[in-house]
Design a protein around this ligand. Structure first.
Ligand SMILES: Cc1cc2nc3c(=O)[nH]c(=O)nc-3n(C[C@H](O)[C@H](O)[C@H](O)COP(=O)(O)O)c2cc1C
Length: 214
């Protein structure tokens, strides 16, 4: 079994990093022979996608020039990591009501026609089906469904949609809300730790990947 851990906070001792760390520790107990791949987006400096990148990504992948292969090499490595993983845990701080820039740069690199998304007779179909994803967020405020601030959550709806686009539909979100200084921070974090340990234990029961009909 392989677990891909993605961190995307700018802070070294961040809340979302503490959450992903606890997830990894719990998962390791269940999978002592399993492999954990660490992808820290604060130290992996991903380039923005460019005109050359888009031309290469939309070309026939079997006919790429050496320069085009080089242009796509980072993207290919990140996609390979995703394809190899059975479970993916993403630490996502909320910045300005959405995800951090490094996480967005990672998404731009891994949403790839011909690699993570295929065109079928009825439209696009995500390739990464059958994998479990757990997204562990940390936010200064609260955006619970049914509250007046829920409409400003551009983090969970966006991530759900874009992950689903590449076939990652089995996604669990666990939020450490109210992490701004105050008495609400600690209980919210404790509840997130409790939930993520259950999610890490449940991550072992991987469903068989459904067949793609293209
Ligand atoms: C640049 C920046 C922007 C932020 N924007 C928001 C925001 O829009 N809404 C919110 O609730 N918290 C916001 N926060 C607070 C963070 O979400 C909070 O500190 C969270 O714990 C960050 O995750 P981390 O501890 O993993 O870094 C922001 C923090 C930073 C540094």
């Amino acid at each position: 079994m392989k677990l891909l851990r993605i961190d995307s906070s700018a802070r070294k001792n961040s809340v979302s990093r503490q959450l992903t760390q606890k997830f990894v520790e719990t998962w390791r107990k269940q999978n002592p022979t399993g492999e954990v791949i660490d992808r820290d987006l604060a130290t992996t400096h991903l380039p923005h996608i460019t005109d050359e990148w888009m031309l290469a990504a939309h070309s026939d992948l079997a006919k790429l020039t050496p320069a085009q292969r080089e242009t796509l090499s980072i993207s290919d490595a990140l996609v390979d990591e995703l394809l190899a993983a059975d479970t993916i845990v993403i630490g996502a701080p909320m910045y300005n009501l959405t995800i951090s820039a490094p996480l967005k740069a990672w998404i731009d690199q891994i949403v790839r026609v011909g690699r993570t998304v295929l065109w079928g007779p009825t439209g696009t179909e995500g390739v990464l089906q059958g994998k479990k994803v757990v997204v562990l967020t940390s936010r200064g405020g609260s955006f619970r469904p049914g509250t007046p601030t829920a409409q400003y959550d551009h983090q969970e709806p966006y991530l759900r949609h874009i992950l689903g686009f590449i076939g990652l539909n089995d996604v669990t979100f666990i939020h450490a809300e109210n992490q701004k200084p105050g008495e609400l921070a600690e209980p919210s974090r404790a509840a997130a730790f409790e939930q993520l340990q259950q999610a890490a234990a449940a991550a072992n029961t991987s469903a068989a990947a459904p067949e793609l009909h293209l």
